[in-house]
Design a protein. Structure first.
Length: 251
């Protein structure tokens, strides 16, 4: 069992008066927050509020860029040339970093969102386009995927992420949300699975079997109905096991 690990969530995903998830409560439970940058969700006011709350809770902040597709919540692939992806990612990180200057928060890393992250998980060109856009910032990548491999090959600082609330395929990619069993809703089951993984390094695969993965951070999606309860149970259960919850980026 590892001695410490990060617990992160995708936050700031509302828009104007429309709120997505209970960010305030989740920020009291996680150690890192991936904040939407105005692509798949968010706006300057939402970014500012989320960054401020994260700073107040001592939560590390990362940029969460995705396809500029609010209607699809960034979960649809938008055909783009590699250079366009690079420019989009850089622009969204820049937007969040600019707003962060008005708060005490600091953008410390980048985690791609949704369809962009899933495509980068299997496509080296997309992975490299994203890496070209993040500059010197570290990347939080889905563990065991092409994105993680490309970052390591380039000597880019990369951290590996696993998901508390998503099922896995044998190749290390997440099961598409369109398939039955892709999203895990039971907090107790999610916590049990994580404890078993942290003890063995093997993640169960939907349909049977396991896959070896590396993990610096655990994600609980903030937009799911059970997000707060899941984050709470996972934090409590891991703490009981002697695992300290702390940001994967220190300082």
């Amino acid at each position: 069992m590892t001695k410490y690990i990060d617990l992160n969530s995708d936050l700031g995903e509302g828009y104007g008066p429309w709120q997505m998830g209970d960010d305030a409560r989740i920020l009291g439970l996680v150690s890192s927050a991936n904040v939407a940058c105005g692509g798949h969700a968010s706006d300057p006011d939402t970014m500012h509020a989320t960054l401020g709350e994260a700073a107040s809770n001592g939560v590390c902040v990362g940029a969460h860029p995705g396809y500029a597709d609010p209607l699809g919540f960034g979960r649809r692939v938008i055909p783009m040339a590699a250079a366009q992806i690079t420019h989009m990612v850089a622009a969204q990180i820049g937007a969040l970093s600019g707003v962060a200057q008005l708060t005490s928060a600091r953008v410390a890393y980048v985690k791609p969102h949704g369809a962009l992250a899933n495509l980068a998980a299997r496509d080296a060109e997309v992975s490299n386009a994203i890496l070209d856009g993040v500059g010197a910032l570290p990347v939080l990548a889905i563990s065991g995927t092409v994105m993680e491999q490309q970052a390591k090959a380039r000597g880019h600082q990369v951290y590996s992420e696993i998901f508390a609330d998503r099922a896995y395929q044998a190749n290390g990619e997440l099961v598409p949300r369109s398939e039955e069993g892709a999203v895990i809703h039971d907090p107790a089951f999610a916590a049990d699975r994580l404890i078993t993984f942290l003890e063995s390094g093997e993640m169960p695969v939907l349909g049977g079997g396991e896959i070896a993965l590396e993990a610096h951070s655990i994600c609980v999606h903030g937009d799911t109905p059970a997000a707060v309860e899941m984050a709470s149970q996972i934090r409590k259960r891991l703490t009981v096991q002697g695992v300290e919850i702390r940001p994967f980026i220190q300082g």
